[in-house]
Ligand binder design. Structure first.
Ligand SMILES: *[C@@H]1O[C@H](CO)[C@@H](O)[C@H](O)[C@H]1NC(C)=O
Ligand SMILES: *[C@@H]1O[C@H](CO)[C@@H](O)[C@H](O)[C@H]1NC(C)=O
Ligand SMILES: *[C@@H]1O[C@H](CO)[C@@H](O)[C@H](O)[C@H]1NC(C)=O
Length: 377
């Protein structure tokens, strides 16, 4: 890579001497005449009669692209097929709205639409060529380590997609708003959040981080993943113990990803449907609280558990924290499924989930599972 890309060198003078709107190139394929091969034609706007056709920007984003330097042995191909979730095209109307924007302009402020599209199965979302909605002005983040336990400034968030329009409202909502919200009281860092995973509770289901780390050689738990980790307090507590955790989270009626980033730990905007973006046998720990439970279709959960096993290194820990289900599902379905993956049980505690009332017969399982050091394959 010692030579600058010759195409780029030619592009710069072109940029200077031409009105760029004369540079429309219709073909999505690489053209060999040294003219930059991107298309900045604004896409056509939505009309209801066209809802069954795919938007031009989606086609541009996902069409096969010829590799400029030809056949690549690593790819075993001369072409790259830019990915988007295979289910994207099942929702042409939403996809059309998502992919309709001025190229090189501002994206629509459409977080709600894009998250719904993603959750339905259009994951990964296709890339776009526009700038995402952002607050008109934002202040720099609170510095570490204060950021870990401070409420970030409101101007770090685009609030359009959420019922609350400020962090004060999110902090107040468990007291002042009716109805269910995912992780409703999580934004209040001085409330319940402060005590999670610090002390073992009497019910035996709440393991403490220190008890879990004590099962390993000091320092041997270094990196990991928290699946559906709310506001990433698990990652913050682990960081305080020199463990680096990335946290997957959706923005379900709250700016979870922005909040996690403002705290100074890493949010991964990834649903539970998606293959984990880690290589085999790499992570020391995978944790998940509440999100893994009986709302997930069984086959999907089976694949997910194998994916957890895949990314954990031999000797790595899977901390399944408060998995819940109803009645005899634990004995009949989920217990056997989890046991069948190949983990060794370090801890396995079941108990009744009583927050909705005993008549719902809900059950919890908290387990600490180890991928075997030997013969894990
Ligand atoms: C893209 O947008 C930027 C910022 O608005 C502008 O400066 C630039 O000229 C645009 N480029 C093209 C190719 O239109
Ligand atoms: C939050 O609650 C406090 C105390 O109850 C109240 O003074 C404040 O107005 C509330 N703020 C919002 C945005 O709801
Ligand atoms: C974390 O690492 C720092 C710097 O290496 C060290 O001083 C500190 O004692 C460590 N903290 C814990 C809880 O291990």
């Amino acid at each position: 890579m010692e030579n600058p890309n010759p195409k780029f060198l030619i592009f710069i003078p072109l940029l200077l001497v031409t009105n760029l709107f004369t540079l429309f190139i219709a073909s999505t394929y690489y053209s060999s005449n040294c003219i930059p091969d991107f298309n900045i034609t604004p896409t056509t706007t939505t009309t209801t009669t066209e809802d069954q056709t795919l938007p031009p920007e989606f086609i541009a984003a996902t069409s096969p692209q010829r590799l400029p330097l030809g056949f690549n042995r690593n790819f075993d191909s001369d072409t790259i097929q830019p990915p988007a979730g295979s289910a994207c095209t099942l929702f042409p109307a939403d996809l059309r709205r998502f992919m309709s924007y001025p190229v090189n302009g501002s994206c629509p402020d459409d977080e709600l639409l894009s998250q719904r599209l993603l959750l339905k199965g259009c994951e990964p979302l296709p890339r776009r060529r526009c700038r995402p909605a952002a607050a008109p002005e934002s202040s720099p983040p609170t510095p570490l380590p204060e950021s870990l336990w401070s409420t970030p400034p409101d101007d770090s968030v685009v609030w359009t997609a959420y019922r609350c329009k400020s962090y004060t409202c999110l902090i107040n909502r468990s007291r002042l708003q009716r109805g269910f919200d995912d992780c409703k009281d999580c934004f209040d860092l001085n409330g319940r959040e402060k005590h999670r995973w610090i002390q073992q509770q009497s019910n035996g289901l709440d393991f403490s981080i220190d008890d879990v780390l004590k099962t390993r050689k000091p320092g041997s738990v270094r990196i990991g993943l928290d699946i559906g980790g709310g506001v990433a307090t698990f990652a913050v507590r682990m960081r305080e113990r020199n463990v680096t955790i990335v946290t997957t989270s959706m923005n379900l009626n709250g700016p979870f990803n922005s909040f996690i980033a403002s705290r100074g730990v890493i949010p991964l905007y990834l649903s539970i449907s998606q293959r984990f973006p880690f290589f085999d046998n790499t992570l020391d720990i995978v944790h998940s609280m509440h999100v893994l439970s009986n709302w997930i279709p069984e086959t999907m959960l089976h694949f997910l558990l194998f994916d957890v096993y895949r990314v954990l290194r031999p000797g790595g820990l899977f901390w399944l924290d408060h998995f819940f289900c109803v009645g005899d599902q634990l004995d009949k379905v989920y217990g056997p499924m989890i046991e069948s993956i190949g983990f060794r049980k370090v801890k396995w505690v079941t108990g009744k989930k009583l927050d909705k009332g005993p008549q719902f017969q809900e059950m919890y399982l908290s387990a600490l599972l180890e991928k075997p050091f030997q013969n894990s394959w």
